[in-house]
Design a protein around this ligand. Structure first.
Ligand code: GLN
Length: 472
């Protein structure tokens, strides 16, 4: 039994049509049967999923009903769940079992969600196609010769395939929104600081956010409400109160949308995607909304800013994987230095090594001001320009990606080609803003297209309300 909305699922639970145990069983069965084909999950958690589902049914029988009861979920392999392995889809974490749970994981469990397994992703969330994973690529359920996107490719694929109701992913430069777009589902990156990063294996700490994948905007809102809010274990997590994100019942009266002419003029943008987007803008105008063309002068600077800053942060964050404390350790090293070098050379994949080297380079004394310092200043300029635009409109709107899901193996030879995949999604995390992708119909090639929205900092209510409206 699959439901597009948690409220429908809850109606079925309330009427006794199904139980959390039955939903979990169905989900486990489908995942086990189809995962050999898609490779979306690194591991299926049969025992803990069954035990948790039974406990949720018991609690409900006592009259205690919660926001995510019966919602089957997978979590990306870079967030930890007590007593379970977490690998960041890397060989370097081989054998690591977490003694604790990420705050986001604990919150969804406490709200009644049932975690079915851990989802394959790009190694340490670095990639746009799920092809950097030590477990091998994930296949797109809509066309298995294509990528589901990345880095949260397994999370998106598991939802799109209908194995689970929703999923958790992480987004640093687009890793929730781009796979959501490639798989024809919904995915949101909350405002930086809205959701605790405690227990998220860090890639770039000033960008990383955990967020949901689902099959409706209202489910994104409901899950984000559960994830959001202060956490004593993450000092970057905001202690602002969490507003209701789910009261999206009525259509918003008039919304003000802004799009960047430079995005539409970008030579990488598929003409059909551009036409679909423009048709959407016309429809919004006809419906009485305000749609404005804005200018963004430095679109070409966004990807370089993102890659300089995130690789710098990654080079520091990944220094802890040394083969000594946990994870993969090279055999037979004679000195400590050799142990470090060999464990890291053998344990990290090519893309992760490239980023550690790049990040170390941009932070080197003598180059610091030219690269890292300059990129920090440019980040601030982008933040200021984006916030100024969001003072004029409620939401920035664009296609999520320049084109639809590409074939596996197509973009792996030149890393900079893959980096340009992120051109429309990096602005929101550079500016720390909440953003999401929702389906925008099918391309003539049969693949889904995505529509991207960015809202003001901490204005998730407007973001989700607009997405609900645009998808209804
Ligand atoms: N594709 C981007 C990258 O490779 C985004 C990754 C992410 O958001 N984790 O860094």
């Amino acid at each position: 039994m699959t439901f597009d909305r948690i409220e429908d699922l809850h109606r079925a639970l309330d009427s006794g049509q199904t139980t959390c145990a039955a939903l979990a069983e169905d989900s486990l069965r489908r995942a086990a049967a189809e995962n050999p084909h898609l490779n979306a999950l690194a591991e299926i958690f049969n025992d803990s999923a069954r035990a948790h589902a039974a406990a949720v049914d018991e609690r409900r029988a006592r009259g205690d009903r919660r926001a995510l009861d019966g919602v089957t979920l997978v979590i990306k392999d870079n967030m930890v769940y007590a007593g379970h392995a977490a690998g960041a889809s890397s060989k370097i974490l081989t054998g690591f079992v977490s003694p604790y749970s990420a705050t986001a994981v604990q919150r969804v469990l406490d709200a009644g969600a049932v975690i079915i397994g851990r989802a394959n992703s790009d190694e340490f969330a670095m990639g746009s196609s799920n092809e950097t994973s030590a477990y091998g690529p994930v296949r797109n359920p809509l066309d298995p010769s294509r990528t589901p996107g990345g880095s949260s490719g397994g999370s998106a694929a598991a939802v799109a395939a209908g194995w689970v109701h929703a999923a958790l992913g992480s987004d640093t430069g687009g890793s929730i929104r781009q796979p959501a777009s490639f798989c024809g589902i919904f995915g949101a990156k909350p405002t930086y600081g809205r959701v605790s990063r405690y227990g998220l294996i860090a890639y770039a700490s000033s960008f990383d956010q955990i967020g949901p994948f689902a099959r409706s905007a209202s489910d994104l809102a409901r899950i984000t409400e559960v994830l959001a809010g202060a956490d004593e274990f993450d000092s970057t997590c905001s202690d602002r109160s969490v507003p209701s994100m789910t009261d999206s019942g009525q259509d918003p009266a008039t919304l003000r949308f802004g799009y960047y002419q430079e995005v539409l003029d970008n030579p990488a943008l598929d003409p059909e995607l551009r036409a679909a987007f423009m048709a959407k803008m016309d429809a919004l105008r006809t419906a009485g909304h305000h749609v404005e063309a804005l200018r963004f002068d430095n679109l070409d600077a966004l990807v370089p800013i993102y890659y300089i800053l995130t690789t710098a942060e990654a080079s520091a964050n990944l220094a802890r994987f040394d083969g000594v404390r946990y994870g993969y350790r090279a055999e037979g090293a004679k000195t400590l230095e050799e142990l470090y070098r060999r464990s890291r050379s053998e344990g990290f994949g090519t893309e992760v090594q490239r980023r550690i080297l790049l990040g170390t380079f941009v932070l080197r004394s003598g180059f610091f001001d030219a690269y890292y310092g300059k990129a920090q200043k440019a980040r601030r300029a982008v933040q200021d320009a984006t916030n100024a635009d969001l003072a004029k409109v409620d939401l920035l709107i664009s296609p999520t990606t320049p084109h639809t899901a590409f074939e596996l193996g197509r973009e792996t030879s030149d890393p900079t080609v893959m980096y340009l995949e992120d051109v429309f999604t990096v602005q929101a995390p550079i500016a720390g803003l909440p953003a999401l992708s929702l389906p925008m119909g099918l391309h003539s090639n049969g693949l889904p297209m995505g529509l991207h929205l960015t809202a003001k900092a901490f204005d998730e209510p407007t973001l989700f309300r607009a997405a609900e409206y645009l998808s209804s």
